[in-house]
Ligand binder design. Structure first.
Ligand code: FAD
Length: 385
């Protein structure tokens, strides 16, 4: 029977980062189990790849302060590319209320040590991007080290680095059960047989609640569809543009290949495992695109290239990280609520710290524990895109 020091369930970017960080500390017997024929078929392969430190809550900023510099050095340190492009995130405020919100967030970010973020005036935004309709823009916030990564490459880099040093990835293998004895977890049942282990990490993305259920744990993580629309080549807006966010309605876009990638979170979307792209979304998003960038009226899109994926939402839009006290040896790395790519490096570090040392210096991990829901310690993040 196969044994492993640590079994990681799910071969997306989070599982890959946990495998990397565990292996980097010298742990040799790490096994990642992925039910698909190749990793990245879950949310990771559907992501927009945005990375930012411009958050409202200190814990999210702290996770980005580890993760973004990590991505900046990824290629050099791991020997694999992650496609980090520090083109920034520009939040465009269209009300005094937005501006107060950005100012407060900026103070939090600076206090925590973020050096690259600044507030910008409406004229600066107009000067830099005259293509934007700016009659209602009152100012904004920009951070130059925010930007984008290629989520698939980053996941592959983490996983390859770990496998080069002794970790193993089982593909085409579904986890079907989690075994327990009086001491806690003692194995994982899979479509390829049982693996004996005392440590299991749930990295199953939008499917995390069903894995938790196998260990008798109720996990408040729900799938929520998000759709992205890539445009055909378009050269009337700078390719060097940051992620630009219209705070009026949450419409945002960034350069991608020779065109742009358009995103907007439809408030009418309801939870569920819906991964089909809804064609009527194209008109909704193009209306918002042309409203903020009038020349986007000329954008061409091919609906066949648009796609949908799943966010893994928690009630307070923060991840759930760390051990489950009632089930010794069962760890959670779930519920990233749309931020799992940008926070994967920090998550891998936090999980490996908690598994190996029982504590981490990166964040106050009690803030993100599962017990916060039962204890009413929710920490609402409002800067969710
Ligand atoms: C449209 C869209 C845009 C996004 N944009 C961004 C963004 O700009 N920035 C950002 O940071 N985040 C973004 N996200 C969120 C981000 O993609 C996710 O938070 C992240 O990919 C989660 O990674 P993961 O490894 O936890 O999950 P996943 O990538 O979903 O991996 C989980 C894996 O677990 C496997 N699995 C599940 N059940 C089992 C089982 N029983 N046995 C074995 N394997 C199993 C699945 O097959 C899957 O491969 C976006 C998401 C979407 C959908």
């Amino acid at each position: 029977m196969r044994t492993a020091d640590v079994v990681i369930i799910g071969g997306g970017i989070v599982g890959a980062s946990v495998a990397y960080h565990m292996t980097a500390t010298g742990c040799k017997n790490v096994l990642v189990i992925e039910r698909e024929a190749s990793p990245g078929k879950g949310s990771t392969g559907k992501s927009m790849g945005g990375v930012r430190a411009q958050f409202a809550t200190p814990v999210n900023v702290q996770m980005s302060l580890y993760s973004i510099p990590f991505y900046a050095k990824f290629d050099e340190q791991l020997g694999y590319p992650c496609g980090y492009r520090p083109q920034g995130y520009l939040f465009c405020a269209t009300s005094i209320h937005h501006m107060e919100y950005l100012r407060k967030n900026h103070q939090t970010q600076v206090q925590l040590g973020l050096k690259d973020a600044c507030l910008v005036t409406d004229d600066e935004i107009r000067g830099k991007f005259p293509q934007l309709r700016a009659d209602d823009i009152v100012g904004g916030a920009f951070c130059s080290s925010d930007g984008f990564v290629d989520p698939y490459s980053a996941m592959t880099g983490f996983m390859s680095w770990a496998c080069d040093r002794g970790a193993e990835l089982w593909k085409n293998t579904a986890v079907t059960g989690i075994r327990r004895d009086t001491q806690g977890v003692n194995g994982v049942e899979t479509s390829k047989g049982v693996v004996r282990t005392r440590t299991v990490v749930n990295c199953a993305g939008p499917w995390a609640a069903s894995i938790a259920q196998m260990a008798g744990v109720e996990l408040p993580v729900q799938p929520l569809r998000r759709m992205l629309v890539p445009t055909e080549p378009f050269d009337q807006f700078p390719r060097s543009a940051p992620m630009i966010i219209d705070m009026t309605n949450g419409f945002h876009f960034r350069p991608e290949a020779l065109g742009f990638l358009l995103a907007w979170n439809d408030p009418d979307e309801t939870p569920g495992f819906k991964t089909n792209f809804e064609p009527s979304f194209i008109e909704k998003i193009l209306t918002r695109a042309a409203d903020r960038v009038p020349i986007f009226e000329n954008l061409a899109v091919n609906p066949k290239r648009a796609w949908a994926g799943l966010y893994e939402m928690t009630p307070d839009h923060h991840p759930i990280l760390g051990p489950v006290p009632q089930v010794s040896g069962f760890f959670l790395a779930n519920g990233f609520s749309g931020h799992g790519v940008m926070h994967a490096p920090a998550t891998g570090k936090i999980l490996s710290d908690l598994i190996l040392r029982g504590t981490t210096d990166l964040i106050d991990s009690s803030l993100l524990s599962l017990s916060r829901f039962a204890e009413g310690r929710l920490i609402e993040e409002t800067a969710v895109l």
